[in-house]
Design a protein around this ligand. Structure first.
Ligand code: HEM
Length: 507
């Protein structure tokens, strides 16, 4: 009897396996997948295409396989989109279907499986986080409340450079000072806190731990364990290191900023609190006290601002300065515009920006040629989906090669040239807000960058003040500064932080 049962069980198992294999084969055949290199078992295309899937390498693959292509990276599907029409489909027409984010083993740790806003899937949590972050961060009222702070920070940079003889002779690495400016812009906004100088120990702690987080998350070293799950045990040490950095980083945000602000608020009278201007974290903590989000969510909002706001804006500033140093004629043109619109050395403020079209064009052109996040933040479809006539299996990582869309000679006139005039001439109606799917420096649609409302005025105020007060030049003996790109797949950064001479103008 027992033997009969065993026999039946074995036959049952056999039949189940055969049926499962047949179904999966039929299902596999049913998929009309996008073109791409032929994958090999286990590794997929990984050994063929390598680790470095940056915007240039993906452009080359698009030239071979077309505007939509599929790569199998071990167990993971990666779809690359390289035409404005398909970008529109992903970001706008099917914005809900493709509105989620993928995470890998490392981002799972750094975001606690999507407890933040940037890396969470499209759904209730994302909607709540976006709503809670909008009032303190992403409105015109916020810009008006904070612009005096941004103008002041830019004025202090100007003063520091004027007082530094080295800046006007051999030159300084301007980026270092602008990094302090960006931390101050955002930490004033978040916590009403600023760092006095580049030696400030807390500023240095933050800088270091943020850099460590970026290094660990952007490295290729963990790809093998992410792509091929059976190899994951070999990543244990790496992942433990990530956990340690994550813990220390969140603790730093909590102990030195969030809790300190809570204590300060606790000591303020109700009247003072209502009458005074709240800083961003006050709104976020309020949402926590109302039970809308957890304390961890509060810390992840601080984490997202540290990564999404400070770094991207700083890279764009650095690229704009590099291009202006290497194109002195364009630099003079911006300065002439500033002088003629503002007159008598009046310093640029936020309301002036709308009267400075050439300065705006320089910023747009920088964001086109040197797009800070060239592949956007990866999108993902939770369910099986269709794109460009192909089937896209559920949970594929979708990369929109936004850099190539904005630098493809089929769509742009001499795209390799830094020519701001294009945005006043043939491309005058193209805006960074995503009204043209050839130009998406901030993405478009539901998951587009909400920080655009802050980034553009911060860039204009800072660059405007620098150009009003200084002539920016390469160091003595050099005719240009190096604009080599830093290798890396998530961002487009300048490789060398160049020394720049800031020669004061007599006002
Ligand atoms: C020049 C500066 C900046 C650039 C180029 C930039 C670019 C981008 C891009 C390309 C995305 C992804 C869009 C997509 O996946 O479709 C993004 C997302 C995001 N950015 Fe920015 N950004 C900048 C500044 C900022 C600032 C200043 C903040 C905040 C204060 C910010 C907050 C965010 C957030 C929260 C997201 C995630 C949105 C979501 O997933 O729903 N960014 N940004």
């Amino acid at each position: 009897m027992d033997l009969l049962l065993l026999e039946k069980a074995l036959v049952g198992m056999f039949v189940t396996i055969v049926v499962a294999i047949s179904i999966s084969k039929i299902k596999g055949k049913r998929f009309n997948l996008p073109p791409g290199p032929i994958p090999i078992p286990i590794f997929g295309n990984w050994l063929q295409v390598g680790d470095d899937l940056n915007h240039h390498n993906l452009r080359e693959l698009a030239k071979r396989f077309g505007d939509i292509l599929l790569l199998r990276m071990g167990q993971r599907n990666l779809v690359v989109v390289s035409s404005p029409e398909l970008a529109k489909e992903v970001l706008h027409t099917q914005g809900v279907e493709f509105g989620s984010r993928t995470r890998n083993v490392v981002f799972d740790i750094f975001t606690d499986k999507g407890q933040d806003m940037v890396f969470t899937v499209y759904g209730e949590h994302w909607r709540k986080m976006r709503r809670i972050m909008t009032v303190p961060f992403f409105t015109n009222k916020v810009v008006q409340q904070n612009r005096l702070g941004w103008e002041e920070e830019a004025a202090i940079v100007v003063e520091d450079l004027r007082n530094n003889l080295e800046a006007s002779t051999t030159g300084v690495v301007l980026r270092k000072r602008l990094q302090l400016l960006m931390y101050n812009n955002m930490y004033r906004m978040m916590f009403d806190k600023r760092f006095d100088n580049m030696e400030d120990p807390l500023f240095n702690k933050l800088k270091l731990i943020n850099a460590e987080r970026s290094r660990l998350s952007q490295s290729f070293d963990y790809n093998y364990g992410d792509f091929i799950p059976i190899l994951r045990p070999f990543l244990t040490r790496y992942l433990n290191n990530c956990k340690d950095v994550k813990e220390r980083r969140l603790r730093l945000f909590k102990d030195h900023f969030v809790d300190e602000r809570r204590r300060l608020i606790g000591t303020m009278s109700k009247k003072k609190l209502v009458g005074g201007v709240k800083c961003a974290i006050d709104h976020i903590v309020e949402a926590q006290e109302n039970g809308e989000i957890t304390e961890d969510n509060v810390l992840f909002i601080v984490e997202n601002i540290n990564v999404a706001a400070i770094e991207t804006t700083l890279w764009s500033m650095e690229w704009a300065i590099a291009e202006l140093v290497n194109h002195p004629n364009i630099q003079s043109k911006v300065r002439d515009e500033l002088d003629s619109v503002l007159k008598d050395g009046v310093q640029i403020t936020e309301p002036d920006i709308r009267n400075l079209p050439y300065l705006q064009a320089v910023i747009k052109e920088t964001l086109r040629l040197r797009m800070a996040i060239p592949l956007l933040v990866p999108h993902m479809n939770l369910q099986d989906a269709k794109l460009g006539g192909y089937d896209i299996p559920a949970e594929s990582k979708i990369l929109v090669n936004a850099w190539w869309l904005a630098n493809n000679p089929d769509h742009w006139n001499k795209p390799q040239e830094f020519r701001p005039e294009r945005f006043l001439e043939e491309e005058e109606n193209v805006e960074p807000s995503g009204n043209d799917f050839r130009y998406l420096p901030f993405g478009a649609g539901r998951r587009s960058c909400p920080g655009i409302i802050l980034a553009l005025p911060i860039l204009a105020i800072t660059l405007g003040r620098l150009l009003q007060n200084f002539e920016l030049m390469p160091p003595p003996g050099q005719s240009k500064i190096d604009t080599t790109e830093k290798p890396g797949q998530f961002s487009l950064q300048i490789f060398n932080h160049s020394t720049i001479v800031a020669k004061p103008r007599s006002l």
